[in-house]
Design a protein around this ligand. Structure first.
Ligand SMILES: [Zn+2]
Length: 431
């Protein structure tokens, strides 16, 4: 389900005293650009965790006012090649899928779709290299007060909005806990079960077969079934001007510490020290059983220190409003009102694995800019007769809207059908 929060317009009044006007401008300037403070800490066991921290990306090249930040964690398995490839290429693949020359708000609204394209393209390009291995990917884009998180796998990202309530911004794509994903994998032709040992006893977590992976989504993994998809869960939220803290980490942290404990154990410390505290706490609790990598990012008002003064405890009324919102019982209008109270505003959330739902209707992004048909995933140019609508039915189905964009090239369409279980993996389809 996707929904967009109502956007407020600043009211203009006549005859505002100059000092008030300057004050207002300064205030809006503060609102426009928070301070981003961050730190990273890691303890390696297998050498398959990688991370990305980049705070100098620009939406409009050469314009410092369009700067945004990117943070990512890639927890590799069966080797490190997929994690390294994703760290090096995911950002550029996502950015290639965003239409050019957009204003900031439009750019933010285009991100969820571009993230889907970028993840799928990264997976496709990595698989072309013929290397085994796979990786989780948790990829965070911070532009002003707006945070967009896309993830596959189980490298969780949590948000601690000023010590009030810890929110999960990702979904764990683990077969053991995620019933929806279990159903999807089974419906797409995969089998879910535990390892059997001699004597028939079953051990360990639930896995997908063929392949035996515990995750249901990842980048890479060409030697497992194609129902292990790279389509990310995407969530976009906007912080209030009080700011908040993100904690992104590989499962080395989350298998050791619950989200709320993780947030609490580093509360009040600046990001660089907080992140070390989290890793230390994880190791103390479970020992070094797995690669353990963590990034802490504080998004704070410009005039704030990394140690904001403690806020008064939330009133029971506000807490119950927040709970209603989180459980979906509160309307969007009421939820938006909460943002002025220092509560996070939710702008977008979608986790479907179906590309037709994720890429939306209408022309693909690049068509609008260049007047050309391009594949919505790999951005390859297409002749008008070549594009296959993302809505067109597969050879087994005639449903959908085959005349409507966005369009995919034959290769990406082939991949889409395989991911959705519409053709047996590895069978060449002739168009
Ligand atoms: Zn393509």
């Amino acid at each position: 389900m996707a929904f967009f929060g109502g956007r407020r317009r600043r009211q203009q009044r006549d005859l505002v005293p100059l000092a008030a006007l300057i004050g207002k401008e300064l205030k809006s300037e503060k609102m426009a650009k928070p301070n981003v403070r961050y730190g990273c800490a890691a303890q390696s066991k297998k050498g398959e965790d990688f991370y990305l921290m980049k705070t100098d990306c620009q939406r409009l090249p050469g314009k410092p006012s369009s700067t945004f930040s990117v943070f990512g964690i890639f927890d590799g398995h069966n080797g490190k090649a997929a994690a390294i490839y994703s760290k090096e290429h995911l950002l550029s693949h996502v950015m290639a899928a965003v239409p050019r020359d957009l204003g900031r708000e439009e750019w933010l609204q285009a991100l969820p779709r571009a993230l889907v394209s970028g993840f799928v393209k990264t997976d496709k390009e990595f698989q072309k290299r013929g290397e085994t291995s796979g990786t989780t990917a948790t990829f965070v884009i911070i532009d002003g007060w707006t945070i967009t998180v896309a993830s596959v796998g189980d490298s969780r990202c949590i948000l601690d909005a000023q010590g009030r309530e810890v929110t999960l911004l990702t979904v764990d794509h683990r077969l053991e806990e995620n019933v929806e994903e279990r159903d999807r994998v089974t419906a797409s032709g995969g089998e879910v079960g535990r390892l059997s040992i001699v004597g028939g006893a079953e051990i360990g977590p639930l896995r997908c077969w063929p392949g035996g992976l515990c995750l249901s989504r990842s980048i890479g993994d060409m030697d497992v079934g194609e129902f292990i998809v790279p389509v990310p869960h995407v969530k976009q939220v906007k912080l209030s001007s009080a700011g908040g803290r993100l904690i992104i980490a590989s499962d080395g942290v989350w298998d050791a510490l619950p989200s709320a404990v993780t947030a609490k154990c580093c509360c009040g410390l600046p990001a660089e020290l907080a992140v070390r505290q989290v890793v230390k706490e994880a190791l103390r609790s479970r020992g070094l059983k797995d690669d353990t990598t963590c990034i802490v990012v504080d998004i704070i008002p410009l005039d704030h220190y990394a140690h904001p003064p403690p806020l008064p405890p939330p009133t029971p009324k506000r807490l119950s409003k927040l709970r209603s919102f989180l459980s979906g019982k509160l309307s969007l209008d009421s939820a938006n009102k909460l943002s002025s109270d220092g509560i996070v505003e939710e702008l977008f959330e979608e986790g479907s694995a179906m590309l037709a739902e994720r890429l939306g209707n209408g022309s693909s992004s690049s068509e609008q800019t260049h007047g050309l048909f391009t594949c919505a995933i790999c951005q390859m140019n297409l002749a008008p007769s070549e594009g296959i609508s993302v809505h067109a039915g597969s050879i087994f189905s005639t449903s959908g809207k085959p005349w409507q964009g966005p369009f995919l090239c034959v290769g990406c369409r082939d991949k889409k059908d395989a991911m959705e279980g519409k053709r047996p993996s590895g069978v060449k389809v002739v168009y």
